[in-house]
Design a binder for this molecule. Structure first.
Ligand code: HEM
Ligand SMILES: *[C@@H]1O[C@H](CO)[C@@H](O)[C@H](O)[C@H]1NC(C)=O
Ligand SMILES: *[C@@H]1O[C@H](CO)[C@@H](O)[C@H](O)[C@H]1NC(C)=O
Ligand SMILES: *[C@@H]1O[C@H](CO)[C@@H](O)[C@H](O)[C@H]1NC(C)=O
Ligand SMILES: CC(=O)N[C@H]1CO[C@H](CO)[C@@H](O)[C@@H]1O
Length: 503
């Protein structure tokens, strides 16, 4: 009670003294937010360490995602192992230790996702009800209707097709110079996962459909850029304004729906031949009312567009690490020579989660997680985390670097790229690593695409590395001096591929 009065007095004082200052609004909001959303330790003595609110976004998006890597370390040393930031006016509790993460995430299938990712109404129209952003019964029905093609067993059946995709993609990249060519880590990796995934979902699509699918990409990119910029389109009433953003949204959604209907029709024509593409069963679930048409279209967008950037980044980093560390490449090559003798052993090799190739992916994602902080989600019940009582509905975010790099499990060479560590002592047992490593999420609700993504990455890596020696270069073919703490892909970085000579 006294502290509340003191707070009010402090606010009154703030109004008098701070309104003249530039950052008065930040201070006022900080005081208000502390009062409105108090979080105390179990003995009621301490408040949860909380960052001051910066007008008007808090730490939302820029500091959290774009500067996330630096701020993870900075905030961790300043505020401790559990603290709160602001994403707009939404408090988000940052978790940095495996114990706390287990307490919160062991029932992740019951968690509530932030409405449209806290990104406003424009985002809601694009992806507001996709699989990754819905909760409860809605999530269960949608997951059931879309998960069949992504299980481990289903993924095993894609190995041969994926290897062919990878081969064709490489052929298209090195067409003119198969002896020595350069791979651009981002631009040259975009179409490959896209078409590979489309084939899985829709069956092998005709070249006409493929061309139309590729034509949809620029419009989708533009809509996504409007969403990221935010501003007025965050508000529901803005959809009535004659904005370019709104027109492009309508055009994209129409084109996407029509393309899917046509791809579905094409797949139906092949049913007689005994092919049953996953899209057919997904459309059945719409027809019998288990899921809505809009939710399915958004989920297909989520799979093919929204998650793709993430996959390209992960793939690019794998190539960079393999090229940067010749001893890693040599060991991988010798593993490939013994593993890829026939189609059957290729399948076993690509699906294994305990070989050197797999450890390269794990190690790359450990050091370059796809985001510094995970997307916020809320537990439905109250939790005691550390000494704090966190009310039901508190939103939680995982600090990827605190786990993947700073957790003592990875010491003392925690910042070194060393795939071998995944075959050693403490790290080897899945149970020890479970909550010390962030990649596909925690608990029962994790990334739907995890097996397919790994297969996609492995197929391309295998096809490149067994045919070409990879090295880091700049765009003009000059040597590249690798620095271990490079963490944003430099635009002029290239993967040079030089044909291997048989010995
Ligand atoms: C390296 C690439 C990828 C990484 C690191 C990744 C990681 C993640 C993470 C961290 C989540 C959130 C889990 C949570 O906390 O709720 C997620 C969800 C999801 N991912 Fe991925 N993802 C990748 C690629 C893909 C791809 C290519 C697909 C395409 C099928 C995909 C489909 C999904 C879906 C549908 C969800 C929502 C699942 C649900 O909520 O039930 N992901 N992913
Ligand atoms: C939600 O936002 C995060 C961070 O910007 C992003 O990584 C994630 O892909 C978004 N989710 C969807 C479904 O777009
Ligand atoms: C609707 O169709 C899907 C896909 O064929 C099926 O799994 C589900 O059981 C059906 N649900 C009902 C209520 O008929
Ligand atoms: C992780 O690496 C950093 C920098 O190399 C070092 O300061 C820190 O002590 C390491 N942490 C552990 C747990 O080994
Ligand atoms: C609140 C806070 O500490 N933000 C920092 C995040 O990181 C950037 C870049 O290092 C800093 O400029 C911010 O001050």
């Amino acid at each position: 009670m006294y502290s509340a009065i003191a707070f009010l007095a402090a606010i009154a004082a703030s109004i008098v003294f701070l309104t003249r200052r530039y950052n008065a609004l930040s201070h006022l909001s900080t005081a208000y937010l502390h009062l409105r959303y108090p979080i105390k330790s179990a003995d009621g003595k301490e408040g949860l360490p909380t960052l001051p609110f910066n007008w008007p976004n808090g730490q939302g998006n820029i500091e959290k995602y774009l500067r996330g890597r630096e701020n993870s370390t900075k905030w961790g040393s300043q505020y401790g192992s559990i603290y709160r930031i602001w994403s707009g006016f939404h408090g988000e509790i940052i978790l940095t230790t495996p114990n706390d993460i287990e307490t919160v995430f062991r029932d992740s299938h019951t968690h509530l996702k932030a409405n449209a990712n806290d990104s406003g109404h424009y985002m809601y129209q694009l992806l507001g009800i996709c699989l990754g952003l819905v909760s409860g019964q809605e999530w269960r029905s949608l997951r059931k209707a879309t998960e069949a093609p992504f299980t481990r067993t289903a993924t095993t059946t894609y190995v041969e097709g994926m290897m062919n995709h990878a081969k064709l993609h490489i052929a298209s990249l090195c067409e003119t110079k198969p002896e020595k060519w350069q791979l651009r880590p981002y631009a040259d990796l975009r179409i490959y996962p896209f078409l590979a995934l489309a084939d899985i979902l829709y069956g092998t699509i005709s070249s006409e459909l493929k061309a139309r699918l590729l034509e949809i990409i620029p419009g989708r990119d533009s809509v996504f850029a409007h969403m990221m910029m935010g501003g007025v389109t965050r508000y529901p009433w803005a959809k009535y304004l004659p904005l370019k953003a709104n027109r492009e949204m309508r055009q994209f959604k129409q084109a996407w729906a029509r393309w899917n209907d046509d791809a579905h029709a094409e797949a139906m024509n092949k049913v007689e031949k005994g092919e049953c593409a996953p899209i057919i069963v997904m459309y059945q679930a719409v027809a019998n009312g288990s899921i809505s048409r809009e939710a399915l279209l958004q989920t297909l967008d989520e799979m093919l567009f929204a998650n793709l950037d993430v996959s390209i980044g992960a793939l690019a980093w794998s190539f960079v690490f393999i090229a940067a560390y010749p001893h890693v490449q040599a060991r991988l090559l010798s593993e490939l020579k013994t593993a890829l003798v026939d189609p059957e052993s290729t399948e076993t090799y690509l699906m294994s989660q305990s070989n050197y190739l797999h450890h390269i992916l794990l190690e790359g994602s450990r050091l370059r997680p796809v985001a510094a902080f995970s997307v916020a989600q809320a537990c439905p019940t109250q939790r005691q985390v550390g000494t704090y009582n966190l009310p039901a509905g508190s939103k939680f975010v995982v600090d990827a670097h605190a786990l993947n790099v700073r957790d003592p499990l990875w010491g003392p060479d925690n910042t070194t790229f060393r795939p071998e560590r995944w075959a050693e002592g403490g790290v080897k047992r899945a149970k020890d690593v479970r909550y010390c490593y962030w990649r596909f999420g925690f608990g029962p609700r994790v990334c739907l695409g995890k097996y397919v993504v790994d297969l996609m990455m492995k197929a391309l890596i295998v096809q490149v590395v067994r045919g070409w020696e990879v090295k880091l270069e700049d765009e003009k073919g000059g040597a590249w001096v690798w620095e271990e703490d490079t963490w944003a892909l430099p635009p002029e970085l290239r993967i040079a591929c030089e044909k291997r000579r048989e010995r």
